[in-house]
Design a protein. Structure first.
Length: 962
């Protein structure tokens, strides 16, 4: 590189580093052979955008004369202001506002030594408790940190390292930064704000300014002395819940009270409690007397007395004092010991089961309880602070646990890992048990998922220290410990899907009880972490709905032997509530019209279900309440239960099914059209028509008029499977999943939707684009989809029980017309009006190859079946074949008559078909030679090759398909 060019890069280095995102230039530099794969990996290995830009600028001077010109050309496209700096000459300098952003606080003077010393002396306390997301937004708004600082902080893997990085950066900023940090701490972390406001007092702390490792050793020693369990072999951080628990524990600083940590079986209460206590500042300030841990569990009186006697012996400095002889005496002894010998000591009662046991620990001390029953201390005259533990970990936490157990990187975990997490809702105990089993049997992912899906909880035996031998017994203890009547009512949840929030009115009907009585029963079950509640309606004042965890449902499905009878009882309750036995007369309680057929089928009342689904009054009411998708699913369920030779006997069922599915697009609209009038258009021999005519005659006597179509066909020749209207705008793309069960569609309404092919039920609504969604595609195993929009982005979505936006790719500079997954699903190809085709990783968004060669808009692109080649069609009237690995153009065809709208490879990849105007041309993919053409009478809008035969279907502009 010329010395002049080298000097320009040095002079303007700060400005370039401030603004440049290397991803915008890296692929172009590779395409121009300025840098190679090794250089690219070296640049991308840096953790922040700033450091990546610096690494690139360090490399460029070593890449020869052409490197400067190539870099300048890259900047000219997207960073014109930076390009102008490089063409401006040696004398130009850059002292603009962007260069000075990071110095706006330091310009007021460096941080005072007193404030620096305070941050250093309290570093251990801050790092233990701080979640950087709680303060980062405010510090960013006050210009303490910029986007590069945020990126650098968040690049750290754990919450503690993020906090350490934040403090490292904070001391390099001006003194005003300290005040902004203090202000940001006041609301979420008042105890930390108080620490930073205090005058320095070397004698106050028992954990003085020492290295974090030394402080942690002191903490671990104190906890070990108190019997606190060690951190488990495999552990994942739960920083938000740990923060909530520590905040509650700090409230015990100046008072004797109870913190009640509650949650369902196996949700990680014990591990979380022990983790929260690993805080030097918490022990120093709130519990200077230390911690005493006692594991209680489900015990009888004699066993409880033994545990309390052992606790008294541990605490009493006088080892000659006789042990208490009964529970009351033990309670009084503990009260005396905590008052006289162990003031300001925390007593932890792990796994406390009953309110009866709890009253023997009413000793006027500071107590932390872990329990499944939040009401356990209600009968004790003591201040209580309940802290709830969520039932499940998030996806990343679950993946972290499975990764540690199996010694695999999270990105290497198989698809079954996601399935297991979804099936158990991220339940910590289940994830840990399965992870431990996989450590010994790493090939059994599918086996364990199948066991979980089939409710075989007894098969999951714990491979690590846990008080119950298997998962089933851990769940059983909570349920079987209930009183008989309450347990029987809880068992009624076995007939309800755990994903459905069942309205309180259903339980009022099922139990024949008043609403207030049902609420009392549910409150007790909620307190015991057996039931969860939410509002059923969108309004916060809507009716309450209740559900149980999927694992509890699986346990009851495995162990209850009267499930069919319970379904039958609910059906009978609804029948009694009907007027004259007419189910369509039922009020909409938010449940019955959606689920009655399901309960009939589970009760082995198939005949009643068929009667219901062939009753026009019921069908009308259900369509008004739930729309067409749900009732179509009902028809499909019933049809599967009918033997093939019996289906002719149920022609009326087929008539109703065809009627609903072919008119589904109308029945999905609101207001819904008159169903009786719609049914009068059915053939005369159709049972739907007969019931509609009978109803029309009845209504005509009430001055309502209907039109009967006289010259319609006597039999339906309808071959249309279903009409669905999932979008509010023009649909631009529609594709089947590889198993044919679901369909993905994209529209000008800015949304893409995944819906059931058989019923039209929308499973996922993907909305995050700012413009029309022009293209969409599934990956090979239907676990991910991509959506392409004129907002110049491609988005990757992960599908499961819920959908999740995983990545937004913004590598193109103009509208994106098409995108597709590679056959392996690891890469994505996208083409744009910017004339480029880009290949990029669908997990990271990193561009690996840019194909340049078209002179106009690129409208279509696709992979070959082996993924080694790419075909693209452009407004420059050519088709090009590219090498996937390098982006090298292998073939350019002769020009078509007009722009190329679509292209695809044949099954064996030897030929490429491309459409332009009224012609489909066929090209040899190796040589680019013409192999023929297909002339059509009208313009070709789209075409598709048969995957099994040498046939082609062509959609033409005259609304025909040939």
């Amino acid at each position: 590189m010329l010395e002049t060019h080298r000097h320009l890069l040095i002079v303007h280095r700060a400005a370039i580093v401030e603004d440049l995102l290397v991803e915008d230039v890296l692929t172009e530099l590779r395409s121009d052979f300025i840098i190679d794969q090794h250089d690219s990996e070296l640049v991308e290995s840096e953790r922040t955008s700033r450091s990546r830009a610096e690494q690139l600028l360090d490399l460029l001077p070593t890449k020869g004369y052409k490197a400067f010109q190539a870099f300048y050309n890259c900047l000219l496209e997207k960073y014109e202001h930076l390009a102008k700096l490089l063409e401006g000459g040696l004398s130009e300098s850059h002292d603009g506002p962007l260069h000075a952003v990071n110095n706006n606080l330091t310009s007021e003077g460096p941080m005072t030594e007193a404030h620096k010393e305070l941050l250093i002396s309290k570093r251990v306390d801050i790092v233990e408790d701080l979640l950087v997301d709680d303060v980062l937004a405010q510090l960013f708004a006050k210009y303490v940190f910029d986007s590069n600082d945020k990126e650098l902080i968040r690049s750290e893997k754990t919450s503690k390292r993020q906090a350490e990085k934040l403090l490292d950066l904070l001391v390099t900023r001006g003194d005003q930064a300290f005040e902004h940090f203090l202000s940001a701490l006041r609301e979420p972390y008042p105890h930390l704000a108080e620490l930073l406001q205090e005058q320095k007092d070397p004698g106050r702390s028992r954990f003085p300014s020492v290295l974090a490792s030394e402080s942690q050793e002191i903490v671990e020693s104190k906890l070990l002395e108190g019997g606190v369990p060690k951190q488990p072999q495999v552990f994942t951080q739960r920083p938000r819940e740990r923060h909530n628990l520590r905040t509650a524990l700090r409230s015990l600083k100046d008072r004797d009270a109870w913190v009640v940590l509650h949650g369902m079986a196996g949700c990680g209460k014990t591990v979380l409690a022990a983790d929260a206590l690993r805080s030097g500042s918490l022990l120093d300030e709130t519990f200077p007397g230390g911690v005493v841990w006692m594991q209680v569990g489900p015990v009888d009186r004699q066993r409880l007395l033994m545990k309390m006697q052992n606790l008294c012996t541990r605490l009493d400095e006088d080892k000659h004092t006789p042990v208490p002889r009964n529970l009351e005496e033990a309670r009084e002894r503990l009260q005396t010991l905590f008052r006289e010998q162990h003031p300001k000591t925390l007593l932890v009662l792990d796994d406390l089961w009953s309110a009866h046991d709890a009253r023997f620990f009413d000793i006027r001390a500071r107590v932390l309880v872990t329990t499944r029953d939040v009401s356990i201390a209600d009968r004790i005259e003591v201040m209580r602070c309940p802290v709830s533990v969520t039932e499940g970990l998030n996806s990343n936490q679950c993946m972290d646990i499975l990764s540690q157990w199996t010694n695999m990187h999270m990105t290497e975990l198989p698809r079954e890992a996601d399935n297991i997490i979804e099936e158990c809702n991220g339940h910590p105990l289940v994830i840990s048990i399965i992870g431990a089993l996989l450590r010994d049997h790493p090939q059994r992912w599918l086996h364990y998922y199948t066991l979980l899906r089939n409710h075989k909880l007894r098969k999951f035996k714990s491979k690590f220290a846990y008080q119950y031998p298997n998962l089933s017994e851990a769940i059983a203890m909570s349920i079987e410990n209930l009183k008989n009547d309450l347990r029987n009512k809880f068992h009624d949840f076995v007939i309800f899907d755990s994903s459905i929030k069942v309205p309180i009115s259903v339980f009022c009907l099922l139990w024949d009880m008043e609403k207030e009585d049902v609420e009392d029963i549910m409150a007790e079950l909620i307190d015991k972490s057996l039931v969860k509640t939410t509002q059923c309606a969108d309004s916060p004042h809507g009716p309450l709905g209740y559900a149980i965890h999927n694992l509890q449902l699986n346990y009851m499905l495995e162990n209850c032997d009267d499930i069919e009878a319970r379904h039958r009882r609910l059906v009978e309750c609804y029948k009694k509530a009907c007027k004259r036995g007419d189910f369509s007369s039922l009020d909409d309680d938010g449940y019955v019209y959606w689920n009655l057929v399901h309960h009939m089928l589970e009760a082995k009342q198939q005949g009643k279900a068929i009667q219901l689904l062939t009753n026009l009054a019921w069908v009308t009411r259900k369509l008004e309440v739930s729309g067409p998708a749900d009732i179509i699913n009902d028809y499909i369920k019933v049809d599967k239960l009918i033997e093939e030779e019996e289906k002719d006997e149920f022609k009326n069922l087929k008539d109703f099914y065809n009627f609903v599915r072919t008119n589904a697009h109308m029945f999905a609209s609101r207001p819904i059209p008159d169903i009786v009038q719609t049914a009068l258009s059915e053939p005369g021999d159709n049972d739907v028509y007969k019931q509609a005519k009978e109803e029309a005659l009845k209504r005509s006597k009430q001055s309502r008029h209907y039109v009967d179509w006289c010259n319609k066909e006597s039999e339906s020749a309808q071959s249309l499977e279903m009409t669905v209207k999932p979008h509010d705008g023009t649909i631009h793309c529609c594709v089947f999943s590889s198993d044919g069960k679901t369909i993905l569609s994209s529209s000008s309404d800015g949304k893409a939707k995944v819906w059931e092919a058989m019923s039209g039920k929308v499973l996922h609504c993907l909305e995050d684009h700012d413009d029309i969604v022009i293209c969409c595609a599934f990956n090979y195993d239907n676990t991910k989809v991509l959506t392409t929009s004129h907002d110049r982005t491609v988005k990757i979505w992960k599908l499961g029980v819920q959908h999740e936006l995983k990545l937004t790719y913004e590598g193109h500079k103009q509208d994106i017309h098409c995108a597709a997954f590679s056959p392996t699903g690891k890469e994505v190809i996208s083409c744009s009006a910017d004339t480029t085709i880009r290949i990029w990783n669908c997990d990271t968004g990193v561009t690996s190859v840019v194909c340049k060669g078209h002179s106009e808009v690129v409208r279509w692109c696709c992979f070959s079946s082996d993924g080694l080649k790419i075909a693209s069609g452009s407004d420059d009237q050519t088709v090009k074949i590219w090498e996937t690995a390098t982006g090298k153009c292998l073939v350019t065809t002769d020009k078509h008559d007009r722009f190329v709208s679509y292209c695809c490879f044949e099954r064996d990849d030897s030929l490429v078909y491309a459409s332009s105007a009224t012609v489909i041309r066929i090209w040899n993919s190796d040589s680019g030679e013409s192999c023929g053409s297909i002339e059509m009478a009208e313009e070709v809008l789209a075409f598709a090759l048969s995957p099994v035969e040498h046939k082609i279907a062509v959609a033409l502009s005259d609304a025909t398909v040939q």
